[in-house]
Design a protein around this ligand. Sequence first.
Ligand code: ADP
Ligand code: ZN
Ligand code: ZN
Length: 747
Amino acid sequence: MAAPEIYAVALPTPLRRSFDYLAYDPQDLLSQKPDIPAQVGMRVRVSFRHQVLVGVIIEIKDHSDFEPHQLKAVDKLLDAEPLLDKELLSLCQWAANYYHHPIGEVLAAAIPVALRQGEPAALQQEKAWQLTEQGQDTELESLKRAPKQQQMLAQLRQEIATTGSPRVLNKDLLLTNPNRSALKALSDKKLIEATSIVPDADRTLPILKEAAQTLNPEQQAAFEQIELGHYACHLLYGTTGSGKTEVYLQAIDRVLEQGKQALVLIPEIGLTPQTLGRFQRRFNRPMAVLHSALNDSERKQAWLLASQGRADIIIGTRSAIFTPLKQSGIIILDEEHDTSFKQQDGFRYSARDLATLRSQRLNIPLILGSATPSLESYYNARQGRYKLLPLTQRAGNAKPPAIELIDLKRQSLKEGLSQALIEAMEQHLLASGQVLVFINRRGFAPTLLCHDCGWLSQCPNCDARLTVHQNPSHLHCHHCDYQRPLIHQCPTCNSRELHCVGQGTERTETLLQNRFPDFPVIRVDRDSTRRKNAMQNIVDEVNRGEPCLLVGTQMLAKGHHFPNVTLVAIIDADGGLFSTDFRGAERMGQLMLQVAGRAGRAEKPGKVLIQSHLCDHPLLQTLLRQGYSAFADFLLQERQLSQLPPMRHMALLRAESTRPENALELLQQARTLAQQISPSDNELQYLGPLPAPMEKRNDRFRYQLQLHSGHRGRLHQLLQVLIAQLEQHPLSRRTRWSIDVDPQDMS
Ligand code: ADP
Ligand code: ZN
Ligand code: ZN
């Protein structure tokens, strides 16, 4: 008798293993050998513990540790071709090993929901628009009373003229001009009509839709270093506005010339519609965009377009690192220092680190771009592992902004703002400039305090204060989402002397509205941009160029190009200098320069004013007087002395429980076990169990154990054995615990 065919199937369960199934059940006459041979990477539907699940075949073999009669047969083979090719599957397997996360859950992160639920891997037709005969003949002039429709019709004609295709995808039209009502109105007037097509790359068209910029000498030098066809990691280290994006675009142009695809990862798409617009304006090739705001079918479509090679440029956020590529040519990761590239819960992977691995295996170049590189990448460049491509000048005519510190010591402040700062704002507004005010706290004030008895607005579930919000008025915990109405009387002493302590964006907004009643004040934070298109509307308003004040959180720091901002004010530089996280200073420096980089990005020169009580602090001085490289070198020396990443490798074991003793005990056990597993590894060091920086959050008590090692491989061997033992431990079922490899955020 022939050996049975057995599939090892990865299923979406928290178990760190795969499950064996028979290809078919020889005893059951209804179960038939599938007509097409199964391959690794295809999906199957199986029953698993009274559920029906969709899994992925990760191995095909002829024996199992179980007897054939103990194995169930798969219900159905769902694909005729592998959904995941070998490269992507092996990337997922590598990630499961490296991050010590169950393969089934890793695959679940990689595959769009619709496909995970078993939908066929088939592309859908997409909505597109074409001109009617009337639409072809109409003079644009005749629409001058409806400028939005006029603009949309012009755009559609322009697209048709440049691409030579009579139909233009709805999503492409809306990407740069999100105006559905204009399309509807044009369609009601019978100037355009809707149709549907399956998007595809027409490679007969010229690649460029618009001419490329002439690179300046630094850009040219960087561009020439990027060779296609083999692996190298490039750190494109260019100050904000130095033209990194132009270098990406020209590198992509060469990739497209070779008929290959470019995968571009960016931190947050919702915040940067401008970036997408630049890619779309440049190239005559279809783009697929993958981000969290897509619905399930849009996400599946984009993923399949990439997989089938019908999209040549794939732009996405973190999880897009798992996009299948038919003909990969380059991977680009913009703002590589951004913490959003590391997932902070569940499957805690770093898209940046996976990008290095993936491009190595694909043997294609990788570009990491940033004005303020992470110490990890900066160190790799210093060590010669990455090619350093510096861009020190701003591109075009823009000049770098002048940065000045305002010493707050002994100054009288108005709601946190110094007189000097308010005067500077006024000057810039009167000179028709726009002012950007950065304050990294949303809400009105971070604390409510009773002036008579010292009562503080504590969250009942967390070691944290409730933030005062005025709009709408309430108290809110930003850690567990607890909310209650704002109170005006102290709950312990009944005093009415409740004071709002500290500054949030709402408070600064109110102050500025009162101080500058003639200028619009626009607040940008998570609360003010919740509605769909809110950010786009803000960007549009700012880019109209009228003088205004923008007040916002770090959302303002991310990649925006506001040409008329001439003054950037940083209200408080000191927070990061006291952080408990060893990356606090690094993050502070990055954020400050990113915010500062919003000033003077076009013709008008920019100025940056930074308020601080610690103007003489060596870190602040180094950053502002000598620049980011000196600052990074300074921090690297500190990391060397304290033996912290990137000098050594770290893994963080977290445990949390409503009963603190359980979590502590589990970590104590983990440490004991680890010491037994690797008794004589003198590279290995432990720190903890220690309370997390916020010990109680959402009614759970949180602890952590740090494992440090100079030897990555040995650290991973230890983790593998340790996790297997911990999973068997009785406490591990009563405590929520997780492992974080290369943790980025120690909270
Ligand atoms: P970065 O990505 O480094 O922040 P951008 O690529 O956004 O910088 O470039 C900043 C501005 O400079 C953009 O308006 C861009 O069009 C312009 N620019 C970039 N490269 C050139 C160039 N070689 N010549 C003229 N303008 C350029
Ligand atoms: Zn009181
Ligand atoms: Zn809370």
